[in-house]
Design a protein. Structure first.
Length: 147
């Protein structure tokens, strides 16, 4: 009989624990402000200058091109890095923030020493833009030196 009372008591306690009202864990989405149009972001505007063709050069020549851009966004543009797909290509970028409406330049130098034929190199720019990655490209055809 004691076992029956004990079992009944335990059943009553467990039932009472499970019947308590549960708090809602859902988020009240009406309370969250989502002003996506009001988010201030910087933005690269290179115009049509995202690719440059140097044409034909002779092996050993160094050539450079300056990619010009405007920050057409509404927040400071900060470039964290600019890297090339090859050590023969060296990008130089502004280290200071570019204010909205201001212009900037990324200078890219290509060294054709030891290269031949058609070469295409990508310059990957990481910045606080959306998307974070922007890719510029240079192309060049390299003729061997006359021996």
């Amino acid at each position: 009989m004691n076992k029956t009372i004990l079992a009944f008591t335990l059943l009553a306690i467990l039932s009472a624990c499970n019947s308590a009202p549960k708090e809602s864990s859902s988020i009240d989405t009406a309370a969250i402000e989502t002003d996506a149009p009001n988010v201030k972001e910087p933005k690269f505007d290179f115009g049509n200058d995202v690719s440059h063709d140097f044409g034909t050069i002779t092996e050993g020549e160094k050539v450079e091109h300056t990619f010009k851009f405007t920050n057409s966004g509404d927040a400071d543009l900060v470039i964290s890095s600019a890297t090339a797909s090859c050590g023969c290509t060296i990008p130089n970028w502004p280290k200071e923030p570019i204010a909205p409406g201001e212009d900037g330049e990324i200078r890219v130098e290509f060294n054709s020493a030891g290269k031949s034929a058609m070469q295409t190199k990508d310059i990957t720019i990481l910045a606080n833009t959306n998307p974070v990655k922007t890719i510029l490209q240079i192309k060049v055809f390299i003729e061997k030196k006359d021996q």
